[in-house]
Design a protein around this ligand. Structure first.
Ligand SMILES: Cc1cc2nc3c(=O)[nH]c(=O)nc-3n(C[C@H](O)[C@H](O)[C@H](O)COP(=O)(O)OP(=O)(O)OC[C@H]3O[C@@H](n4cnc5c(N)ncnc54)[C@H](O)[C@@H]3O)c2cc1C
Length: 469
């Protein structure tokens, strides 16, 4: 939608073609998943990177009806008393408040995040752009890059307590990889800095409100959306000046067909698959009774245990085994936005990292419930209704999520830096006028709109140059 809006506002006549019955992709929310009326985000629920970025600076989502709301605690990481007598750690918008909760590791947390929060406006100019550009702030970018390339497990050596190591690891693991892989620190640095700079807000009424707003803005700019049509080939699109593929490389290859040049065929064909998500929506009477008090006020919870526990669980997943206690990312959006609840019954949306294509839904659901109940005895008694979306259903809903892989491929260092194909522009497919604009392009996964925004900028440049020549 970001790509569509940039093109439409530049005067291009745009049609968005969507295979599902409704637009939105990884931003949909529904009110009929568990108890009627409870608002569940089925995809992205938290939007730190949408608050102020090159896309939202041009496209005013607030003026278009989106209202942001923040939880008191941005994210929390409960721990067993055996690992941490305080039962866990929490991140607040303030670096100081977060550091204060980390005891003797407070200074290390402050050393990592305070300069990034302070310099974020300058850093973002370079970090959120396509990779090949002359940096506007090379010193800040180099400082960020030196930490970002490290495995999160290496950066974790800056901390002496399990509590701080776990808080750090929990954010690094958003990338669906063990914290021992290179560049897993990049994700922790970006998301941690965003939590302190912008908080992790939710959209009041559900993330669907963002979809509704962008759809409306697109219509105002003369664009339109056609749903329920899966594009299989370029040939069925007539001869448009531009095609923007919001797809994974595999789907892009199918659509490009014989027109894909050899380099594109090779790179897209070898695109590595990532693990899957097992998504669960719960309706819970009275909320989850977490032992760790700040978790009762936190928008997001990272349920992964210690650094060693998370590493072992993520490695099992990559080897195709379901861990006894998988890493679970859990959202309590209703705390920031009480309008999503129905009386005392509140919506909870979470997903576990499971092996690609995992098809034993009973085992995965039991593991998710065990994981939550380990930190919240009494959770089971409060569950009123449960709805699951396993890997097969996720793939059926969205062709980008092969085998339930909601990151549309393994999150590798090369992908974060270059996208799907080594070339001067990561948005090029090698076919004139056809661009890739999905989360497989820089700056990578997340509902920030910047893959589309950047790709449309490249496409418009080309279009203008072609018109001028
Ligand atoms: C459960 C879950 C939780 C998440 N939580 C967060 C979060 O809190 N914050 C965050 O920033 N991100 C989060 N994400 C990630 C975020 O949603 C994705 O990174 C983002 O949606 C990727 O955007 P995209 O445009 O690349 O792809 P998508 O959002 O997947 O959109 C691509 C669209 O293209 C359609 N499509 C694909 N192929 C075709 C075809 N051949 N023809 C027609 N249509 C086609 C798909 O149906 C889909 O609607 C989450 C994702 C999930 C699933």
């Amino acid at each position: 939608m970001a790509a569509a809006l940039r093109l439409a506002r530049a005067g291009v006549r745009v049609t968005v073609v969507e295979s599902y019955d409704e637009p939105g992709g990884g931003l949909r929310s529904v009110t009929d998943a568990t108890v009627p009326g409870l608002v569940h985000d089925l995809g992205a629920g938290f939007h730190p990177l949408l608050i102020d970025n090159p896309f939202t600076r041009e496209v005013d989502l607030i003026a278009a009806g989106v209202e942001w709301a923040w939880p008191e605690v941005q994210f929390a990481h409960p721990l067993d008393a055996a690992l941490d007598p305080g039962h866990g750690a929490a991140a607040y918008r303030s670096v100081e408040e977060t550091a204060a909760g980390l005891g003797r590791d407070g200074a290390a947390w402050r050393r990592i995040f305070a300069p990034l929060v302070e310099g974020w406006d300058e850093l973002a100019v370079d970090a959120l752009q396509p990779p090949l550009h002359v940096p506007r702030h090379p010193v800040g970018l180099a400082r960020f890059g030196a930490q970002a390339v490290l495995p999160a497990a290496v950066m974790a050596r800056a901390f002496r307590t399990e509590r701080a190591r776990a808080l750090w690891t929990g954010i690094a693991t958003h990338g669906f990889r063990p914290p021992t892989v290179p560049m897993s620190s990049a994700i922790a640095l970006m998301l941690g800095t965003a939590a302190h700079k912008y908080g992790w807000p939710v959209a009041v009424g559900g993330s669907q409100r963002i979809v509704d707003a962008t759809t409306r803005l697109l219509a105002e700019a003369g664009g339109r959306v056609e749903t329920g049509r899966r594009v299989a080939s370029l040939d069925e699109l007539g001869s448009p000046d531009l095609v923007m593929l919001d797809t994974g490389p595999g789907e892009a290859l199918r659509i490009l067909g014989d027109r894909a040049p050899a380099l594109t065929r090779r790179s897209y064909g070898r695109w590595p698959a990532g693990p899957a998500a097992f998504q669960v929506s719960f309706a819970v009477d009275g909320g989850i009774p977490w032992d760790y008090e700040p978790a009762r006020r936190a928008g997001t919870l990272h349920l992964g245990g210690s650094l060693a526990d998370t590493t072992s669980a993520e490695r099992s997943v990559e080897r195709g085994r379901l861990p006894r206690l998988p890493y679970v990312l859990l959202g309590q959006q209703y705390l920031a936005d009480p309008s999503r609840a129905q009386g005392s019954v509140v919506p909870i949306d979470c997903y576990a990292h499971v092996p690609a294509g995992w098809d034993d839904g009973d085992a995965a659901l039991a593991a998710v419930v065990d994981r939550i109940a380990a930190y919240a005895p009494g959770f089971r008694d409060r569950v009123v209704a449960t709805a699951v979306r396993g890997p097969a259903q996720l793939f059926a809903e969205n062709p980008n999520w092969i085998g339930g892989d909601i990151a549309a491929g393994l999150v590798t260092p090369l992908r974060l830096a270059w996208g799907a194909r080594p070339s001067l522009s990561p948005y090029d497919t090698g076919v004139a006028g056809v661009h890739l604009c999905s989360a497989v392009t820089p700056p990578g996964p997340g509902a920030h709109g910047l893959c589309g925004w950047n790709a449309a900028g490249v496409a418009l440049d080309r279009l203008e140059r072609a018109a001028a020549s």
